[in-house]
Design a protein around this ligand. Structure first.
Ligand code: MG
Length: 316
């Protein structure tokens, strides 16, 4: 029996104090463990790579140049109403300042601060995104922005404040074709499944294809995103499953395919080393009797991040 437990039984009056200290340990790091602030230190290289390296820009230009090749090919093949679907965050808008703001703080990603960042409309464009999207819109294609940003910060409100701010931000950095119908956020075109509202991106992709987005039926020739879930939400949670899925669909990466007249869209990936489902894909919360990675402490995350490494060590 742990010291903590035996204290519980001996002095029941201490219970609230002990529960509070347990809570503080979970948010600030267990004894001998690390805090969120210390865990955030691990993001410094990734955020600097996005903000400072030429290599990051080289990869985003490469991705949008490849997307343009796909669009030109679709035009030359006379594909009717070609559409491109782009994710927003870390695909066409750069939120690295939000990530950088977590460094030297004990904070983690939280909807309240994230919504505040969105409402300031300060995100810059990802290199190459404006030129590519405006090219498509000018040359007879259509771009839809499908993102899991929420439409509004207050669920019960009629004010779509986050959608308005997102549209403003996209327009301010120079994107054309940005409006209520082309920006489709979480909460739009949802489906009831087993009585539950399902907000999958798939229903919004379907809306683009079946004419319910803006009245026209489009052929989606490319999906561009920084997260495998932007291409296919059934990709799985663990990185093992996710790697296998990428291997299975390797022919879709970077080029669309036409089989018996059906277009299978190109999947075009933008690098994001700062966050994503790849991070939670590393964790096994059950090892700590937790239901989800979001319940794990910084120490537990740090431990599993280290355990994930494939290492070589020099001989002593
Ligand atoms: Mg994204």
């Amino acid at each position: 029996m742990s010291i903590l437990r035996s204290k519980f039984f001996a002095v029941p009056a201490l219970l609230p104090v002990l529960l509070l200290s347990q809570l503080q340990q979970d948010t600030q790091g267990e004894q001998g463990g690390i805090s969120n602030q210390q865990l955030n230190e691990q993001s410094i290289l990734a955020v600097n790579w996005v903000q400072q390296s030429g290599e990051y820009r080289a990869l985003t230009y490469q991705a949008f140049n490849l997307a343009q090749l796909n669009f030109d090919k679709a035009k030359s093949k006379r594909i009717a109403h070609p559409a491109i679907i782009v994710d927003i965050d870390e695909t066409v808008l750069d939120n690295s300042p939000y990530q950088a703001g977590l460094v030297d703080s004990n904070n983690i990603f939280q909807p309240a601060t994230w919504n505040q960042w969105i409402k300031e409309e300060k995100a810059k464009a990802i290199p190459g995104a404006v030129e590519f999207i405006n090219y498509v819109n000018k040359k007879g294609g259509k771009v839809f922005f499908i993102s899991n940003r929420d439409e509004k910060s207050v669920k019960t409100s009629k004010n779509n404040d986050l959608k308005i701010a997102t549209i403003n931000n996209l327009k301010a950095v120079g994107f054309t074709g940005v409006d209520e119908q082309t920006v489709l956020l979480k909460g739009e075109f949802t489906k009831k499944i087993d009585g539950q509202e399902n907000t999958s991106k798939q229903w919004r992709v379907d809306a683009v294809k079946n004419g319910s987005a803006d009245g026209k039926r489009y052929t989606v020739i490319a999906l561009i995103g920084d997260n495998l879930n932007d291409f296919d939400e059934t990709v799985g949670k663990s990185n093992q499953q996710r790697r296998t899925s990428v291997d299975n669909y390797r022919n879709s990466y970077g080029m669309f395919n036409i089989t018996k007249g059906i277009v299978k869209p190109a999947y075009i990936a933008i690098p994001n080393p700062m966050y994503g489902n790849w991070e939670t894909g590393m964790y096994n919360p059950q090892a700590f009797k937790k239901q989800s990675p979001f319940e794990m402490t910084p120490t537990q995350k740090n431990q599993q991040r280290k355990e994930s490494l494939t290492r070589w060590l020099p001989k002593e």
